[in-house]
Design a protein around this ligand. Structure first.
Ligand SMILES: C[S@@+](CC[C@H](N)C(=O)[O-])C[C@H]1O[C@@H](n2cnc3c(N)ncnc32)[C@H](O)[C@@H]1O
Length: 494
């Protein structure tokens, strides 16, 4: 491992791990101590029950009060909880800080997963009035979790986490990659990441530099990145949020870098924001990022925010919600560039090596069944299956409607009984796609029981609908390909 500076000495990290382990300061240990009601309260930032459950200050109770409930506790009690790590070393490493006549958390030290800990900075909301460090190290927030859930977790040789911050993405990569590299532009972030790695007994290569610069000329089987994707005028006040690139250019820059970063068959996944410009199709804008990359791309837009809500969110995130000048300058920039909304989503790229890459940019705002990463892996698998077949190949295959597929009908009562207005195919599982279909597609899906090749199924349908099998086959090819892509029907593999 690259011996990057850590918050503590290697012996100090060992001592901290010993303290946390002995106290059972893990997700399970804490839940066991607090019980379900107080654990639920903590998840909602309501610490009252947790404080009652930890009045008796044993080591676990003290660690919960300090690192979960953000309390100031007497030094001797904290010293006992952190031992064998000394208070002097914990103070020097910023793990705790003096406050009033006691000690409180200096970092966000979160038990994470079954038996991991992640080190990050205390969030702005916990230290009102204190300006956030310019190199603030982000804890585990919503975007972080989105990428964790969306990463395709298949065994790989090499993996890269671009913009590692606390190191949480790299921790996950360590479970399915033989070698993990993590980069960050911030030396401070790398100190946190190195400490997270060592605390959890993982071994990563840590490199400092701007985006892909530290790994120029190298290729990886999997690249993940939760970059500073926030869009705006390009000013940088906080490195975890601002890339220094104007508008949504960082999303395009990562797309352009991807072909040089990936091994054959390699996958890159990153979070991005993109602007919706008046009179412009956001999908076309984002599709343009991948032109000429030769990569398969699947972009899903998960949320859309209006500029005011967006600016408010990101100013609040750094504790600057009360700064009208910052807000006005940001909104003026959006106005000047005709930005009417900002999209948030996930980009998944794959270096498939095919001459005609698949580029799909679409809205996927519905709640999906986790983990999204499994669904993304399956989506690329289905693209491989489809790409290996021309129309004849599609017609020769047999299909089965996906397990649990539902048909939803809307109908209006008239003089002659119910008149069907709308029929919708809906998957209650997985990506939970739903889409309106016409009676022919309904018949096609209804007959997809895995027994007949599509060609024979279409011949039967053609007779019933008074069209020629050839006409039907021509129309059905793209429809079936679309249904397969979305997983609404599945090819039967013998
Ligand atoms: C949104 S945080 C993500 C942290 C962590 N990977 C996660 O998922 O929670 C973005 C990270 O990218 C780093 N970063 C910002 N600009 C960068 C750049 N130009 N090159 C590399 N890293 C950068 C920041 O220091 C920060 O750690």
């Amino acid at each position: 491992m690259d011996r990057h500076d850590m918050l503590l000495s290697p012996a100090g990290v060992d001592a901290l791990r010993t303290a946390l382990t002995q106290a059972r300061f893990t997700a399970n240990g804490i839940a066991g101590r607090l019980g379900s009601q107080a654990t639920g309260g903590v998840a909602r930032n309501d610490h009252r029950a947790a404080l009652r459950a930890t009045e008796d200050r044993d080591r676990l109770a003290t660690l919960i009060r300090v690192f979960i409930c953000d309390q100031t506790e007497p030094e001797p009690v904290v010293a006992a909880a952190l031992a064998p790590l000394t208070v002097a070393e914990a103070l020097a490493g910023g793990i705790v800080e003096r406050h009033g006549d006691g000690l409180r958390a200096g970092v966000d030290l979160e038990p994470y997963g079954d038996d991991w800990w992640v080190l990050a900075d205390v969030p702005a909301s916990a230290r009102p009035g204190r300006p956030l460090h310019a190199e603030h190290v982000l804890g585990i927030g919503g975007a972080t979790q989105t990428l964790i859930g969306a990463a395709v977790r298949r065994p790989v040789g090499t993996a890269l986490d671009l913009g590692t911050g606390s190191g949480v993405q790299a921790l996950h990569l360590g479970t399915h990659a033989r070698r993990v590299t993590a980069t960050d532009v911030s030396e401070r972030a790398l100190r946190f990441a190195a400490t997270t790695a060592a605390l959890n007994g993982q071994d990563w290569e840590l490199l400092r530099g701007d985006l892909v610069a530290p790994v120029a000329g190298r290729r990886f089987d999997l690249v993940v990145s939760n970059p500073p994707f926030v869009v705006g005028p390009g000013t940088t006040t906080h490195v975890y949020r601002d890339s220094g690139r104007v508008g949504d250019a960082i999303g395009a820059e990562l797309a352009a870098a991807a072909p040089h970063l990936l091994t054959d068959g390699g996958t890159m996944q990153y979070l991005a924001n993109w602007v919706h410009v008046t009179g412009e199709d956001w999908g076309e804008r984002v599709t343009g990022w991948f032109a000429g990359t030769g990569l398969d791309a699947w972009v899903i837009q998960r949320e859309v925010a209006d500029p005011m809500a967006y600016v408010n969110l990101w100013l609040t995130d750094v504790g600057e919600s009360a700064d009208p000048q910052r807000m006005e300058a940001w909104l003026d920039w959006f106005d000047a560039h005709k930005v009417e909304a900002i999209g948030f989503g996930l980009v998944s790229l794959r270096r498939s090596g095919h001459e005609q890459p698949i580029i799909r940019v679409e809205d996927l705002r519905q709640r999906v069944e986790p983990p999204l990463g499994d669904r993304i892996g399956e989506w690329f698998d289905r693209q491989d299956w489809l790409r290996a077949r021309d129309t004849d190949g599609l017609l020769a295959a047999r299909y089965r409607a996906a397990d649990g597929l539902q048909l939803r009908q809307e109908a209006t009562m008239g003089d002659d009984g119910w008149a069907v207005d709308r029929q919708v195919l809906a998957m209650p599982r997985g990506l939970r796609w739903s889409e309106e279909i016409d009676p022919l597609v309904l018949a096609l899906v209804g007959g997809a029981d895995g027994r007949l090749p599509l060609r024979d199924q279409l011949a039967l349908l053609a007779a019933a609908h008074d069209v020629t099998p050839d006409e039907l086959a021509e129309a059905a090819g793209p429809i079936v390909a679309h249904l397969v892509e979305r997983g609404l029907v599945e090819p039967v593999v013998d």
